[in-house]
Each structure stands twice: as C-alpha cells, then as structure tokens.
Design a protein around this ligand. Sequence first.
Ligand code: SAM
Length: 211
Amino acid sequence: MGRIEELCALTDPCASFADVGCDHGYIARHVLKSGKCGNVLITDISAKSLAKAEKLLAEYIDGGLCRAVCCDGLAGVPTDTEQVLIAGMGGEEIIKILSEGFIPHKFILQPMKNADKLRKFLLGNGCKLIYDGIFKDEKFYFVIKGERSGGRQDYSPVQLAFGRDSIGSQTLKEYAQAELEKDRARLEKCVDGIQRERITDRIKLLTEVLL
Ligand SMILES: C[S@@+](CC[C@H](N)C(=O)[O-])C[C@H]1O[C@@H](n2cnc3c(N)ncnc32)[C@H](O)[C@@H]1O
C-alpha cells in the first residue's frame, strides 16, 4: 500500500472528518471516494494549496459532501469534528496545532519527524493511542491513531522513540538498520559533547530494536 492508502485504511467510518493541511487534497479524495466519512472538511494555511485541493475535489464540493477552509491549524475546524487527520508535517508543528487548537475526539497523525515528541505530548495529555506503528512507502513513516481520552499507557523508552506497535516489526528493523548507519557516521564527525551524547543514546535505542 502507498502512504495515502495506509492512512485511509486507518480512518474509521465517521459522521465528520477534517484533513488539516490537505495541500493537493489526495488524502481527502481517497476518503471521499471510500464513502466512509460524511461531512468532509479540508483545510490548509496556504490559499494556493487549498485552491489545488478545491479543484481536485470540485465534484464533492459542488455535491455538498466537502467544504474547504483556509486557516491556521484547527482554527476553522469545529471542535465536535469526529475524526481529524494531520499528515505530512513535522511532529513539532502538529504539537503546536493541537496545543493552540484542541485534541480531536479521534485523530490520525503522520509526523515527518519528531514522532517521539508527538507521542510524549499525546500520552502526557491523556490520549489513548489505538495504533502507534510504522510503514514503508519508499521512505519510512510513523503513524499514530488515537482518541482524545482514555489513555494510561506506560511506554518504555524504545516504545516512546519508535512507536509501541512498531516494536518487533520487520519494517522497524529495516528502519533501525538504516538509521544506525546514519547515526554512526554522524557520531564519527560530531565534536560537540551534548550532541554526541544524544546520538549515542539514539544508537542505544536503535540497537535495542535490532536485538
Ligand atoms: C507536505 S504537505 C502535506 C499534505 C498532505 N497532508 C499529505 O500528507 O500528503 C503539508 C501541508 O500542510 C500545510 N500546513 C503547514 N502548516 C499548517 C498549519 N499550521 N495549518 C494548516 N496547514 C498547514 C502546508 O501549507 C502544506 O500544504
């Protein structure tokens, strides 16, 4: 499966859905085609990006199945939206969006980096992580599906770093192998003490994944 199909497969049937930072609108198109979600909202901070999505999804917008809003983060998304997807942004940007807005009832998040920080944020806010895994579509992607409340999961450092459901998977092992090579090369060149410590800690976690 490709990245978009992976993300859509995690989407639950719902009465209202928002794709925040939709860009071209491909994910929303997949969701709309599946017929799983009603009342689809697409948003983007960039009017230019949103215009691309509006063009792609014109038949759904004209048919009243989809609505487009240009806004920053969750500013234009009703708080009672059942399910919100935020994909293709950095983990810190996603944390900012959730902190400045709200944590949706159900969410699917696909951070491009800093997935560990995002996990920490979600767990620290009492979220229940339903699926916290990794997939590969040319590149490796972490994906987190969860709910706003009901979470009391105790994560180990390695689960926090790479996702609870990734542990033991062949995909994570492949990821760890590739990252280890990069981190060892970085460590060789690095002279800054704090930075060396960070890389060494990460190498330890990556090695644990391969055991
Ligand atoms: C790399 S694209 C990802 C597009 C799509 N979500 C995907 O995963 O294929 C990131 C999109 O997020 C939008 N974006 C970045 N920060 C945003 C924010 N704070 N609020 C809404 N959209 C944002 C950008 O304009 C861009 O269109």
